[in-house]
Design a binder for this molecule. Structure first.
Ligand code: ATP
Ligand code: MG
Length: 563
């Protein structure tokens, strides 16, 4: 077997754990869930978790639920619930069933009473500060709460009155009675319920006590019959508690498996940070094309395939590491190279006039839409004697190896003719404002009978036919590799890239007009672009730059290899 196929077939540690449990008979099937907290928009890290959870279920013929982990009423909103569902579907997944942890509040409450009755939970009157003090540290054991030995009957009474709203916010909590000297701090009588008067996005004011993450998560998994509860590494230390609750309650007991969070260079993907960027106006909303949110990538023009491919290429790891952002950019470039139709547009124009072009003459050129997909056919590009070309494609004087257009030189206009430059017109400051050329009618692309060869080919648009549009050139939002680790005295905001958005005017061939919002194209030799939702219907279009072409074009051109 070759090394490559070996690698493809080797299973990651999660799949190995699943195989082991299926083989041993611990579980009969693979049931997973994706459990976002609806306190922000999904980001590229969540895409990793989505691909993993939905992917594993699909691979094993199992199911994957979407469950909103909505136990923190203060930060959660319906807007986030809606955006999360939209983003998961956009990424190409559909959940088998939809749940909210808040749907289990009553069941969780009943189970809490059960633990109180069995002497495994108690009502504690320590304040949250005192609770923290009593908990001890990594190096020193905690000490028992003075309320730890209340009788089950007393605890039950207090707990019911907590639910009934008799006590102030924060004045009491329900805690699991485990071991205040446990080396794992999560086992030192963790809090299960806190009193909190806050309106919940679904249960309204029904509850004034809310379950904690630890008390909710495993039990919700259990209720849904989840077999593999996949989460990120920071929950590894919570696993003993996850197991403890399931065992004490004697309920279906899923297996929790942890993997490393996806972290990408130059990005800031925590919801906390993203919320700050949005709320304080550093970006234009959660779907700003510079944001690492899925809605941002969608608006930027990334394809769901490219994100899924990226997640699968990166794989899963047991240790934290940082993935180079270049890998995500290459993934979208690679996909769009296969699927995006080619178009010509000029973004930094200079006039090129063909002096021997007959007045009013129009030639219609044919150009292939996608060189990799002949089935996508051709398009027609009208040409007049008044053209626009890219300023950087012309030099009045140029080194021998500059194979674009220079004075006294010739170049092929893509899908058009060979032109010879004989003169330029300059403004008072000596800038070239018009390039004067002649064309050779025998050199029409596709029916060239001249036998002439030129080294370079450049793109162009006919000024008489071009449409003007807005172009948004996006660059990275942060100027450093790791904005999450700022230098002393700085914050991530100090690394915001002031040049992350440039707005310019572009000129495109007429068929660009036919593209609707969300359509992606390659502007030949420039990069991939998508029609933005800010385009006016039937009016001015707006194109976002998705990603540049691989940055080697300049080098290839210098070597005479381009085109
Ligand atoms: P953040 O604060 O960055 O948004 P979170 O973990 O608080 O992250 P949740 O909404 O709780 O976000 O996460 C839902 C699921 O997505 C969880 O299972 C979580 O472990 C997973 N997840 C979150 N961030 C990442 C990441 N960077 N890589 C992989 N999985 C992630
Ligand atoms: Mg969270």
């Amino acid at each position: 077997m070759s090394e490559a196929s070996d690698k493809r077939e080797s299973k990651n540690f999660i799949e190995q754990a699943i195989d082991a449990d299926l083989t041993s008979g611990r579980f009969a099937n693979v049931q997973t869930r994706f459990p976002p907290e609806p306190n922000g928009y999904l980001h590229i890290g969540h895409a990793k978790s989505i691909c993993l959870n939905f992917g594993l279920a699909k691979k094993h013929g199992g199911t994957c639920n979407l469950r909103f982990d909505d136990t923190n009423p203060a930060k959660e909103e319906t807007e986030y619930v809606d955006s999360i569902m939209e983003d998961i579907r956009w990424l190409g997944f559909e959940w088998d069933s939809l749940h909210f942890a808040s749907d289990y509040f009553e069941q969780l409450y009943t189970w809490a009473e059960k633990l109180i009755e069995s002497g495994d939970a108690y009502v504690c009157d320590l304040s949250s500060e005192e609770t923290r003090e009593y908990r001890g540290t990594l190096t020193s054991p905690g000490k028992n709460s003075p309320f730890r030995d209340r009788s089950p009957a007393e605890n039950l009474d207090f707990f019911r009155r907590m639910r009934g709203g008799e006590f102030e916010d924060g004045s009491k909590s329900l805690r699991a009675k485990i071991d205040m000297t446990a080396p794992n701090i999560n086992l030192r009588d963790p809090v299960m319920y806190r009193i909190l008067r806050a309106t919940h996005h679904r249960t309204g004011d029904d509850w004034c006590i809310y379950p904690t993450y630890d008390w909710t998560h495993g039990q919700s998994d259990s209720i849904e019959g989840i077999t593999f509860s996949i989460c990120t590494l920071e929950f590894e230390n919570h696993r003993p508690l996850y197991d403890w609750f399931c065992e004490k309650l004697g309920i279906h007991h899923p297996r929790q498996i942890e993997f490393a969070k996806l972290k990408l260079s130059t990005l800031m993907i925590g919801k906390r940070f993203m919320l700050k960027l949005v709320k304080e106006g550093y970006v234009d909303g959660w779907d700003d094309p510079r944001m690492p949110t899925l809605s941002g990538y969608r608006r930027r023009g990334y394809t769901p395939e490219s994100i899924r491919n990226f997640c699968s290429d990166v794989g899963v790891a047991k240790f934290n590491s940082t993935i180079d952002i270049i890998r995500l950019e290459s993934s979208v470039r690679e996909h769009l190279n296969r699927v995006a139709p080619r178009r010509m547009a000029v973004l930094d124009p200079v006039k090129l006039t063909i002096t021997n072009w007959p007045d009013g003459h129009v030639v219609v050129n044919e150009a292939v839409n996608n060189p990799g997909e002949p089935s996508e056919g051709n398009r027609e590009i009208p040409m007049s004697g008044n053209l626009l070309i890219e300023r950087e494609d012309f030099r009045e004087e140029a080194p021998r190896k500059f194979f674009r257009l220079k004075k006294g030189g010739a170049v092929r206009l893509r899908a058009g003719f060979i032109v010879d430059c004989h003169d330029v017109v300059k403004d008072d400051d000596g800038n070239v404002i018009e390039i004067l050329c002649t064309y050779d009618p025998e050199t029409k692309s596709g029916s060239d009978t001249s036998g002439r060869k030129v080294k370079g080919t450049i793109h162009w648009v006919s000024a008489d036919h071009a449409d003007e549009f807005e172009v948004r050139l996006y660059d990275r939002l942060f100027t450093c590799e790791n904005p999450a680790a700022p230098e002393e005295g700085k914050t991530f905001l100090d690394y915001l890239n002031s040049e992350s958005l440039k707005v310019i005017t572009g000129y495109g061939e007429p068929c660009l007009r036919e593209h609707a919002v969300g359509d992606r194209v390659q502007f030949e030799r420039l990069g991939y672009f998508v029609v933005d939702k800010d385009s006016e219907p039937g009016g001015k279009q707006v194109f976002n730059r998705i990603v540049t072409l691989r940055d080697t074009w300049g080098k290839m051109e210098a070597k005479g290899k381009a085109d």
